[in-house]
Design a protein around this ligand. Structure first.
Ligand SMILES: NC(=O)c1ccc[n+]([C@@H]2O[C@H](COP(=O)([O-])OP(=O)(O)OC[C@H]3O[C@@H](n4cnc5c(N)ncnc54)[C@H](OP(=O)(O)O)[C@@H]3O)[C@@H](O)[C@H]2O)c1
Length: 262
């Protein structure tokens, strides 16, 4: 009988990870989890002060380095890839988490919102993954692929009556990111890189602070578990996808929503 070494199954010792939007909310939860599992973690976000402060706080767990960058622009993505490659030869885990929404009533919804939201939520994960593919290929071995994890959303899994103002561009962008995940899994699997997406329900963050403040009852009532998500439940799924345990999972979109999407 083959023995499974469960003691090291979820270990990320010796791995290098980059988390975009790692200075807040879900990105900070993921960065904390990856650090706890043993990875060396880089976090990227636009505001240098917040990026520096959160990296310094997380450094009590393990090596966490801030790399301030705007991933919504080609220049920002290029400078991020260059900054990372000046510090590391290879990358094992890329978490495309930075994202934004835009809410407005249907009649007033600006066309420009689509450019902004799709640019950050879809173009940026694609282009950053492509820029970092050489580093990911160097991090991959035949037994242990490099990993890309895209942060999608339950909003991209199913259409629902919108809570508050409309987020038309956001839900379209997350559905696009889920499908992009499948396409990239086909493209990059043969190169030793898995690509998966997670589709969170509600977790506490800057983005959700306002809606959670005013609509907690509706949000929790829509969830079979009757609550929002916890940081360890977010971190746990990404640790799984990044670890030996998740090496054969590719092209999946995993809801983390307490069953809200069913
Ligand atoms: N929280 C939820 O319930 C939930 C549910 C489903 C999906 N999500 C997804 O989870 C991801 C993280 O969202 P969150 O809720 O954690 O929001 P958040 O607390 O607002 O965090 C967003 C992070 O992204 C960074 N960011 C924004 N624009 C950026 C840019 N152009 N370049 C680099 N970094 C940028 C922000 O830092 P700076 O402002 O300093 O750049 C911040 O670190 C998003 O993709 C979101 O769609 C969240």
């Amino acid at each position: 009988m083959t023995r499974i070494d469960t003691s090291s199954l979820f270990s990320l010792e010796g791995k290098v990870a980059l988390v975009t939007g790692g200075s807040s909310g879900i990105g900070a939860m993921v960065a904390e989890g990856l650090l706890g599992a043993g990875a060396r973690v880089y976090i990227a976000s636009r505001k240098k002060d917040a990026c520096d402060r959160v990296a310094s706080e997380l450094s009590s767990i393990g090596s966490c380095t801030p790399l301030p960058a705007n991933v919504a622009t080609a220049e920002g993505r290029a400078s991020l890839a260059e900054a990372l490659s000046s510090k590391e030869r290879c990358l094992h885990i890329l978490v495309n988490n930075a994202g934004a929404s835009w809410g407005a009533p249907y009649e007033e919804y600006p066309d420009t919102a689509f450019d902004k939201v799709l640019g950050l939520n879809v173009t940026a994960p694609f282009a950053l993954t492509r820029n970092l593919t050489p580093m990911l290929e160097r991090g991959a071995t035949p037994d242990d692929p490099a990993r890309v994890v895209n942060v999608g959303s339950v909003a991209g899994l199913r259409a629902e009556r919108l809570i508050g103002t409309g987020t038309f561009a956001y839900s379209a962008s997350k559905a696009a990111l889920h499908h992009l995940t499948r396409t990239l899994a086909m493209e990059l699997g043969p190169r030793g890189i898995t690509v998966n997406a997670i589709a969170p329900g509600f977790f506490p963050s800057r983005m959700t602070a306002d809606v959670l403040k005013h609509r907690t009852r509706e949000i929790t009532a829509a969830c079979p578990l009757g609550r929002i998500g916890r940081p360890e439940e977010m971190a746990g799924v990404v640790i799984y996808l990044a670890s030996r345990a998740g090496a054969y999972t590719n092209g999946a979109v995993i809801p983390i929503d307490g069953g809200t999407s069913v």
